[in-house]
Each structure stands twice: as structure tokens, then as C-alpha cells.
Design a protein around this ligand. Structure first.
Ligand SMILES: Nc1ncnc2c1ncn2[C@@H]1O[C@H](COP(=O)(O)OP(=O)(O)OP(=O)(O)O)[C@@H](O)[C@H]1O
Ligand SMILES: [Mg+2]
Length: 345
């Protein structure tokens, strides 16, 4: 059953209205009352409107949008730091909204972990003791906690720093501790709200690499919030874009860049290095199964930029796009690749 896969999340018809009398306005909002009208007429703030997102177990779901679009509000519903005004939040098929206090406590402790923008490390604890904090709270014995924590400290690249204190570390290193601490809990769901937004560009890119490498092994359901499109495209198996509390587009990086739903998204997408983001699969001329595979090839899923490099190196007019088994899927030539790499908007 897809519903019960480990760490899979389904958000259904989720609404959040902020204010003392939120229930009173749900029906009006469902019928189309706008965020502006709700605020002007009733003094309530529309946080989220009719959010429907399915996050498959083991995938990275990016939530993107400008400041105030509802990203934090949305992610905080997943571990119910915020109660919805209406709707369901299913994790492994269980509705978080309906959990009682003790179920919720268990759920938060064992099913979810969070990584914060401001690291939220305990200043009087060493790297090691910060990392094993969650295990300590769970009552795991010291020797076992140390063993687990040391493994994650190593995996995030902090071996040798375990006795240091947060104020002795750079921002990037502190964020590594935050990540190690979250991973030590071994929860299937990892919630990251602007976790990398405070980092310098190079460090940020390093941390993206760390996360992608780790994900190959840990295969968690990661919900990652950012307002950086490059970061979203690099990390997201799926991307949902929010504006004024509504999802205005969701899909893969290819969908967002090649078929932006509106001008708001097209504007973001304009700044992107298309050659690096767009896959050859999206621009190839499909061929029949028996098409000959002679000359140079490029693997499906490669970027347009990689294909151009192969053409330049191999000095071929075109390339055959092949799947993992080496079967031909299509062909690309320089003209096709170059025109994909340049925006038409
Ligand atoms: N507790 C609250 N009470 C009233 N309004 C709130 C509350 N929390 C959030 N809001 C409103 O809900 C909307 C979404 O806020 P949210 O913090 O989710 O945005 P965000 O996308 O995370 O923004 P940022 O990028 O700045 O972090 C905003 O209009 C905000 O003012
Ligand atoms: Mg936020």
C-alpha cells in the first residue's frame, strides 16, 4: 500500500487561517474569499489554502516561494507545531491532525527530525553532546548514543571536532552539527526550514552536496524549504511553489524550468542556468526501439551542458540518448541542445 510506505507524506485539502475565529471563515475561504478580503473584512490571515501534496517515501520535496508565502506554516503542519483549520496530514497513512498528545509526542520523537536555519545548538554542549542530545532524551544509554553520534559526526565531515563547542565552529560547521543531530535520531522524516539560507554560497553548495550524498544512503523523506531556485532545482525530486498560501505549481525541476505555470515562476526560472538543469531526455528527438546505437552516446538524465561537452569532445554531429541498459531513447544535436540552454521567455 502506497499509503503505508515508510515516511511517505500526503497533505490533503489543508487550510490554515490565523486568527481567533478561524473556523468561522473556512467555508467562505473555500468558496473563494481572497487573502486580502479575509484580512480587510474579518481581520484574519490566510496562511494556507487547499494544499494537496504527495511526498513519496525516500524523496526530497522542496517547498519554494517568496517571504510570507506560507512555507514555514506548511512544514510546521507536518509535525503539528501548527494545527490546521481544515484538512489532513498523513504520514505513513496516519493523520497527524487526529493524534492525541501522547501519540503526537511519540510521533515527533521517532518519526520526525528538524534542521533549523539558526542551527539551534546548545552552547554549553560539545559537538558530540549536541549530536546525541535527541538520543539522550529518548533514554538511549550513553555508550550506544556516543557510537551512533560519532558515526554521524564522521558522515557530515566533522570527525576530530567532537569535543569542540558551537562558538568554536563556523556557521557551515554548526549546520553540519545540526544535520548530524537530526540524523542521529534515525527518523524517517527530515524537516529542513531554510536550513542553508544563512550560509555563504560556497558553504551552502557544499552542504547541498553533503545532503545529496547522504540521501543516497539514508533515503529519508526530506522536506526542504528554500527561496533559492538553484537550490530547489539541485535538491528537489519534486518542487512545490507557493504564493500567498497557495501551491501555484508542483512538479520536477524539468517541469518548473521548461513549463513554468505563470509569469511569477517564469521570472524565477529566467535566472537559472538552463544547460545545467534541463535533461537531454526533455529535448531529444525520440527514436524507435531498434534505432542503431553507433557513434557517441549520452546517458538519459544527463544535463544539456554535459551533452554539449560530449559533442565538443567526441566531435560528433549528434548523440544517441541511451537508457541504463544502453537502449536508444532518442537523439540530440547541437542545435537542439543549444536552443534548450537559452531561454525563450
Ligand atoms: N502565528 C501567526 N499569526 C498570524 N499570521 C501568521 C502567523 N504565522 C504566519 N502568519 C502569516 O502567514 C503567512 C505565511 O507565513 P510563513 O511564515 O509561513 O511564510 P514563509 O513563506 O515561511 O516566509 P519566510 O520566507 O519569510 O520565512 C504570512 O502572511 C504570515 O504573516
Ligand atoms: Mg519561513
Amino acid at each position: 500500500m502506497a499509503d503505508t510506505k515508510f515516511g511517505g507524506i500526503k497533505i490533503r485539502n489543508l487550510y490554515k487561517i490565523f486568527g481567533p475565529n478561524s473556523q468561522a471563515y473556512v467555508e467562505a475561504v473555500k468558496k473563494g474569499l481572497s487573502k486580502t478580503e479575509l484580512n480587510a473584512r474579518h481581520g484574519h490571515v490566510l496562511g494556507l489554502r487547499d494544499i494537496n501534496i504527495e511526498m513519496p517515501s525516500g524523496s526530497i520535496q522542496v517547498i519554494m516561494g517568496l517571504s510570507g508565502s506560507g512555507k514555514s506554516t506548511l512544514i510546521r503542519h507536518i509535525n503539528r507545531l501548527i494545527d490546521p483549520t481544515a484538512g489532513e496530514v498523513l504520514v505513513d497513512g496516519v493523520d497527524v491532525v487526529k493524534m492525541n498528545e501522547s501519540e503526537l509526542r511519540e510521533f515527533r520523537r521517532h518519526q520526525t527530525a528538524m534542521v533549523f536555519q539558526k542551527f539551534a545548538l546548545l552552547p554549553h554542549r560539545s559537538v558530540l553532546d549536541n549530536t546525541l542530545y535527541g538520543l539522550e532524551v529518548q533514554g538511549v544509554d550513553r555508550a550506544k548514543s556516543v557510537e551512533i553520534a560519532m558515526r554521524w559526526i564522521d558522515r557530515v565531515g566533522l570527525k576530530g571536532f567532537e569535543t569542540k563547542y558551537p562558538n568554536q565552529l563556523s556557521g557551515g560547521m554548526q549546520q553540519r552539527v545540526g544535520l548530524a543531530r537530526a540524523l542521529a535520531n534515525d527518523a524517517p522524516v527530515l524537516l529542513m526550514d531554510e536550513a542553508y539560507s544563512a550560509l555563504d554560497p560556497l558553504i551552502r553548495s557544499d552542504m547541498q552536496t553533503v545532503l545529496l550524498d547522504l540521501q543516497k544512503e539514508i533515503k529519508k523523506t526530506i522536506v526542504f524549504i528554500t527561496h533559492d531556485l538553484d537550490e530547489a532545482l539541485r535538491l528537489g525530486d519534486q518542487i512545490a511553489i507557493l504564493r500567498d498560501g497557495e501551491v501555484i505549481q508542483q512538479g520536477s525541476s524539468q517541469d518548473i524550468v521548461l513549463r513554468p505555470a505563470d509569469d511569477y515562476i517564469a521570472n524565477f526560472a529566467r535566472e537559472v542556468n538552463r544547460g545545467r538543469v534541463i535533461h537531454v531526455d526533455a529535448v531529444m528527438q525520440p527514436v524507435a526501439a531498434g534505432h542503431p546505437v553507433n557513434g557517441a552516446t549520452v546517458a538519459a538524465g544527463s544535463s544539456v551542458e554535459d551533452a554539449i561537452k560530449i559533442i565538443a569532445r567526441e566531435n560528433h554531429k549528434d548523440l544517441v540518448v541511451v537508457d541504463q541498459a544502453g537502449m536508444p531513447l532518442g537523439t540530440v544535436d547541437l542545435k537542439r541542445l543549444a536552443s534548450a540552454a537559452v531561454s525563450h521567455h
